[in-house]
Design a protein around this ligand. Structure first.
Ligand SMILES: NC(=O)c1ccc[n+]([C@@H]2O[C@H](COP(=O)([O-])OP(=O)(O)OC[C@H]3O[C@@H](n4cnc5c(N)ncnc54)[C@H](OP(=O)(O)O)[C@@H]3O)[C@@H](O)[C@H]2O)c1
Length: 258
């Protein structure tokens, strides 16, 4: 199979300045795509662009300051992409927020609203912009980065996980609504070694991995490989689905998990 599976395609990636989003941008660049990375902070985006320039590829790299939870900023990012590159073939809804740790019943409304606004409404708003500007006419692939937490119960992050479960359902709903022009799929990662999750894995990686069938935590590259497959024609008959990448965490007998 050719390694340039995304030759000339245009990909927009939210939360593309570090972690999983940057890993996906790197994989797409190496596969021949033009990449547009969006995040809230310009310095992080500039660093990410420099990193991406170090990866062999002839596609353009653009950065856009945009908050995933602000629909007008989604629209501005897609407009910029259209004026510079003429299309949006791939959208990765990757940015998320997790402002509340604790039991569900202690959750306060402002934190709940922020979580829904970025994780849930953001996914719809960015998809709507990409669809109306380009995908309705030219087709495309949408990839939603959810979480394995959207499938199982996890202490302390129940509300964040509820927004991830909503993403999995909306992935199916949008697949139905946008087919056959656009495909919509999700990835549900388990624990991945990024900054976001550092507090969870750093001090107890040995304990966390001992019971996992694959005996290691996930890497950004694990998720990027799946996102490459979902963006490419190799997955052309796949829509509305979720790829679970968790080292086998959800394949453990009852009583062993956790
Ligand atoms: N790491 C894990 O274990 C894990 C597991 C399951 C699912 N996930 C999911 O994977 C995705 C990426 O996580 P990560 O671990 O790569 O996080 P990360 O390392 O903290 O990176 C987050 C990225 O998103 C950007 N960002 C954060 N809030 C944003 C917002 N409101 N609008 C736009 N950009 C925003 C950040 O840049 P700025 O700060 O400049 O905005 C950064 O580029 C998230 O959806 C997360 O829920 C992660």
């Amino acid at each position: 199979m050719s390694t340039r599976t995304l030759d000339g395609r245009v990909a927009v990636i939210t939360g593309g300045s570090r972690g999983i989003g940057l890993g996906i941008a790197a994989a797409y660049r190496a596969a021949g795509a033009h990449v547009v990375i969006a995040a809230r902070k310009a310095p992080g985006l500039a660093e990410a662009r420099a990193h991406l320039l170090g990866i062999e590829g002839d596609g353009e790299i653009h950065t856009v300051v945009a908050n995933a939870g602000e629909p007008d900023q989604a629209e501005a990012c897609v407009d910029t992409t259209m004026s510079r590159l003429g299309r949006v073939d791939i959208l990765v809804n990757n940015a998320a927020t997790n402002p509340y740790h604790g039991d569900l019943l202690d959750l306060d409304l402002p934190r709940a609203e922020k979580t829904v606004r970025v994780n849930q409404y953001g996914m719809v708003a960015w998809t709507r912009c990409a669809w109306r500007a380009s995908m309705a006419e030219h087709g495309g692939a949408v990839i939603n980065i959810a979480s394995v937490g959207g499938l199982v119960v996890d202490p302390h992050i129940g509300y964040y996980n509820a927004t991830k479960a909503a993403m999995l359902h909306m992935t199916r709903q949008l697949a139905y609504e946008l087919g056959p022009r656009a495909r919509v799929n999700a990835i549900a990662p388990g624990l991945i070694k990024t900054e976001l999750a550092r507090a969870v894995w750093e001090a107890r990686e040995d304990i966390l991995t001992a019971a996992l069938p694959m005996r290691r935590l996930g890497t950004v590259e694990d998720v990027a490989n799946a996102a490459l497959f979902l963006a490419s024609d190799a997955s052309s008959w796949m829509t509305g689905q979720t790829l679970v990448l968790d080292g086998g965490a959800t394949a453990l007998p009852i009583g062993v998990a956790g």
